[in-house]
Design a protein around this ligand. Structure first.
Ligand SMILES: *Cc1c(COP(=O)(O)O)cnc(C)c1O
Length: 383
């Protein structure tokens, strides 16, 4: 949607936008010309580069982070009768991936400041059916990894980190995915690097990566005589070479993209004092890769709803998003018995959150413009 440029002179600013340079366009065209367009040499090269960026760990790329989470759950043997604990404030696909294996997603509330899964609530949700924890690094701010892995160790649970928003994030200087159990990344265009659609899994063990590889592609394994066997119920989750070629060049610029996001966020923190005041996101430290910047609106002090504020900003050429609705309150997951009031922090964030424009090709003047329009709209709506 680019329609809402009210004064006609200033360009529309979406809340997210990928960075694609001409080198990337040429490389993708070259891959097309090579006529090897689905999974092949570029996938192997991309996996190797991702592995090198993540402490040499085994990496397998797939068609999306959603596919990655499904494959990871299947590879660790999660299915019917099992429970997987996840935050109530994250993207829907985490719950769907769990439920599609036959396991049950068990939601817990999030911390109201970091918006990451509350580990005390997690402890309380663990029971004999619990097999794994699937926390999200919210907006790219790493969860407390020391506490998470202490808990996983004490309880003997697997961890599948939903690191969809956290490629480029660091915990105490170490890249998310370079340590721990399994990490799942997304390369959707709204994420910190893109392959159009795509995702990756980083494993601690090569043997588990091999199992994931089977789930990724029809459950196929090779016999010594060159024929194929099917050993597990796999799907078709492979990433094409065209996408992998783009991913290689995106990965080469990832740290630059991250640094740029961090600079722009610093500008937001300088410029975004509103009246009435918003709750700004937790700043974290230098390890936050800032996939998105989402203040919480002071709705009880405003005469407009969030939708009206989003529409008013749209009319001023500013695109916004909602990251995210509370998963437990969707129709599908209410069927598990969840209700309003179960997770007050997740529900409040879901009601009040608004995602403002943030991407590496935004400039400081754009941030100033967003802040100006945002301040103006909120002030005019003050009760
Ligand atoms: C984007 C996202 C996903 C899903 O990623 P896809 O690659 O689109 O499947 C999962 N979890 C979170 C938190 C996300 O933001």
């Amino acid at each position: 949607m680019h329609a809402a440029d009210s004064n006609g002179s200033k360009p529309f600013l979406p809340f997210s936008r990928p960075t694609i340079d001409e080198t990337m366009v040429d490389a993708v065209a070259d891959t097309l010309r090579s006529l090897w367009i689905t999974s092949g040499p570029q996938v192997l090269a991309f996996e190797k580069a991702l592995s090198e960026a993540h402490g040499g760990r085994p990496v397998r790329v797939v068609a999306s982070a959603t596919a990655a989470m499904e494959v990871a759950l299947l590879a660790v043997g999660i299915g019917s009768g099992d429970e997987v604990i996840m935050p109530a404030q994250t993207f829907f696909s985490c719950a769907n991936a769990i439920a599609r294996t036959g396991a049950k997603p068990v939601f817990v509330d999030v911390d109201p400041v970091t918006r990451n899964m509350d580990l005390e609530a997690t402890v309380a949700a663990i029971n004999p059916r619990t097999r794994a924890l699937m926390p999200t690094h919210f907006a790219g701010l790493p969860l407390d990894m020391d506490a998470l892995y202490e808990l996983a160790g004490d309880t003997n649970l697997r961890v599948i980190e939903d690191a969809a928003l956290a490629i480029g994030s660091r915990w105490k200087g170490k890249r998310i995915g370079s340590f721990g159990d399994i990490a799942s990344f997304s390369f959707h265009p709204n994420k910190n690097m893109t392959t159009i659609e795509g995702g990756a899994l980083v494993f601690a063990e090569e043997s588990e990566a091999r199992v994931a590889e089977q789930y990724r592609f029809h459950g196929i394994s090779r016999n010594p005589d060159g024929t194929r066997d099917v050993t597990v119920l796999g799907g078709k989750y492979n990433l094409p070479d065209v996408n992998a070629r783009l991913g290689l060049l995106q990965l080469a610029r990832l740290d630059e993209f991250t640094a740029r996001r961090q600079q722009l966020v610093a500008r937001y923190f300088e410029q975004l004092q509103t009246d009435p005041p918003c709750q700004l996101p937790a700043r974290g430290d230098t390890g936050h890769s800032w996939n998105f910047f989402a203040p919480l609106l002071p709705l009880d002090q405003l005469t407009l709803s969030r939708k009206q504020i989003m529409d008013a900003l749209m009319a001023r050429g500013i695109g916004t998003g909602i990251s995210y609705e509370a998963v437990h309150l969707t129709t599908r997951y209410r069927q598990l018995g969840y209700r309003e009031g179960d997770f007050p922090h997740a529900e409040r964030i879901a009601r009040e959150t608004i995602t403002l424009p943030l991407y590496p090709t935004l400039n400081e003047a754009d941030v100033d413009r967003v802040c100006h329009e945002f301040r103006t709209v909120l002030h005019a709506a003050k009760r």
